[in-house]
Design a protein around this ligand. Structure first.
Ligand SMILES: Cc1ncc(C[n+]2csc(CCOP(=O)(O)OP(=O)(O)O)c2C)c(N)n1
Ligand SMILES: [Mg+2]
Length: 283
């Protein structure tokens, strides 16, 4: 990847991160940690890898994303706003009555959202079904599936993975957000997933491991997945809950954050300022 393209992705990541912070601050609370940990992968998907047309969200030949860890909806909405699916003002309606942006994604409400999620585990089966559909119609479309590390506690994930591997559905690119935390603590203390990459390999997946904040490495790994012809594929993202904002990375309970103290508000404003300066310099 050349420097210009990498810079473009880093600027998009910064913009996505800014809007996550702004929309959640405006709401007063929300799923911050798990939205921030997937910012770079969303930037790579929408800034480089996915085929889509924001003016025609239902285009027959589009790639699809299933955000199985649906509570990270704010991260996805911010991305959709930054690539033209929805107006930025809409971000400030998150969770309002009648909004098109419910806290968890709903495919009947939001342009660009192809699968309703929020009940952890279920997105894996949905993505397996979508990939099967693409295969049946002999289409070259891909479905990207983002799964949380805590979400792997759901047995349904492993049923779906076994199905994807058995059917060599290399058009379903599985992205596991290994941010080491789930709702109320470290995954290794609550129900240890052990080595996720080793488990995916044992399930028959060609598995890559990359840093979750490294756009270039993520994109290269996706290229490798796309070149795989005869095997299920997976990327384990070594990420940080609250990624990209040191204050939130270090905060223990950063799953759902309330923006109700001066300390939190100041850290948020400081992060936004820094990110905006980065965007300005990069454009
Ligand atoms: C079936 C189901 N059980 C419980 C929950 C409540 N819940 C929401 S997020 C979450 C933790 C998810 O952790 P992880 O997959 O690691 O996501 P992260 O927040 O780290 O991105 C839980 C238990 C849920 N949404 N669905
Ligand atoms: Mg997690």
């Amino acid at each position: 990847m050349d420097n210009t393209e990498l810079k473009k992705l880093k600027v998009l990541s910064a913009k996505i991160r800014i809007d996550v912070l702004k929309m959640l601050e405006k709401r007063g609370y929300g799923h911050l940690g798990g939205s921030l940990s997937i910012v770079e992968v969303l930037s790579v998907l929408y800034g480089k890898q996915m085929k889509y047309d924001p003016k025609n969200p239902n285009a027959e030949d589009r790639d699809m994303l299933v955000l199985s860890k649906g509570h990270a909806g704010p991260g996805w909405y911010s991305t959709l706003a930054n690539v033209g699916f929805i107006e930025k003002e809409m971000l400030y309606t998150l969770n309002d009555g009648g909004t098109k942006l419910p806290s968890h994604p709903d495919r009947t409400k939001t342009p660009g959202v192809d699968m309703t999620t929020g009940s952890l585990g279920q997105g894996t089966s949905a993505a397996a079904g979508i990939a099967t559909g693409f295969r049946m119609k002999k289409s070259d479309q891909n479905v990207y599936l983002i799964v949380g590390d805590g979400e792997l506690n759901e047995g349904q994930c492993w049923e779906a993975f076994q199905y994807i591997a058995h059917n060599k559905l290399n058009n379903c690119i599985v992205l596991i957000d290994d941010n080491k935390k789930q709702l109320d603590g470290p995954t290794c203390e609550i129900c240890n997933p052990f080595n996720i990459a080793d488990k995916m390999r044992a399930f028959g997946f060609k598995t890559y491991e990359v840093k979750g904040d490294d756009e270039e490495a993520i994109s290269n790994a996706i290229d490798l997945c796309k070149s795989e012809k005869d095997c299920a594929v997976c990327i384990v993202l070594d990420s940080i809950k609250g990624q990209g904002v040191p204050f939130f990375e270090e905060m223990d309970a950063n799953h759902s954050v309330k923006f109700n103290t001066d300390e939190i508000l100041n850290a948020t404003h400081e992060a936004i300022e820094k990110l905006e300066a980065f965007v300005k310099e990069g454009e």
